[in-house]
Design a protein around this ligand. Structure first.
Ligand code: C5P
Length: 221
């Protein structure tokens, strides 16, 4: 029997949204379903990888029993778990839709309704992927996602470079059936040599296979 290609390889995957607390009962979140990241984690595990999946709040369940899942809530939680697990990983695929901003202070009590409007001050979160890109060792493979609405390729290439990635997976909101919530996605993969491959609209499980095939190439190159 042939050995699976990712046996003895540790891979870190992030998936889902983050929730940023405003007060004890409210948060700022986003519509990420976690489906793409969970599909990738399942595919990697099926290929023999030792997968750690760091997941924001999501209803998704992994199919592969071997996956080690770490549940987190906020961008700060996700950063902490990524940092704790990155040094050990041979590669990392970051699918999470991490909040770019978080409330500057979290109210200790529920904010009461008052006359007039309400302003919540936000501060920037840490870019997890960029932080890992700065820590990346020789041989580690780092893959990020970009969801864009305009100037897609230009922005994706800028992220690839700025975050020191080996590949970026672009999904455009201009493609019907692509993106956040659905069961399908349409991607373009751009590697650091700027080789570009565009795929047809597919089920997210099939998209995960395409991404993992390229990931294996990068890992073994
Ligand atoms: O810069 P942008 O948010 O578009 O980059 C998207 C990529 O960066 C995704 O792979 C996402 O998981 C990652 N990211 C991150 N931490 C952030 C913001 C984005 O890891 N704070």
């Amino acid at each position: 029997k042939q050995k699976l290609p990712l046996v003895n390889h540790k891979v870190l995957v992030t998936a889902g949204p983050t929730y940023e607390a405003i007060d004890p009962v409210r948060f700022i979140g986003n519509h990420s379903s976690g489906k793409m990241g969970f599909a990738i984690a399942d595919e990697l595990a099926a290929l023999g990888a030792d997968v750690t999946l760091i997941a924001g709040p999501t209803a998704q369940q992994s199919k592969q029993r071997s996956i080690k899942r770490i549940d987190v809530t906020s961008a700060a939680d996700m950063l902490r778990e990524c940092l704790a697990n990155f040094a050990n990983a041979d590669g990392c695929i970051m699918c999470a839709a991490v909040a770019d901003y978080t409330p500057a202070v979290v109210a200790e009590q529920k904010i009461k309704k008052q006359d007039g409007g309400l302003t919540i001050e936000l501060k920037k979160t840490t870019d997890i992927l960029k932080t890992l890109g700065q820590q990346k060792r020789e041989g580690q493979v780092l893959v990020g996602f970009a969801l864009e609405t305009n100037n897609e390729e230009e922005y994706a290439i800028a992220k690839l470079k700025n975050k020191n990635l080996d590949m970026i997976v672009l999904n455009s909101l201009n493609d019907t059936g692509a993106g956040f919530k659905g069961d399908t996605n349409k991607i373009t993969m751009i590697d650091k040599a700027l080789n570009k491959t565009t795929f047809a609209l597919k089920n997210k499980n099939e998209v995960a296979k395409d991404i993992c095939a390229k990931f294996i190439q990068l890992l073994k190159s």
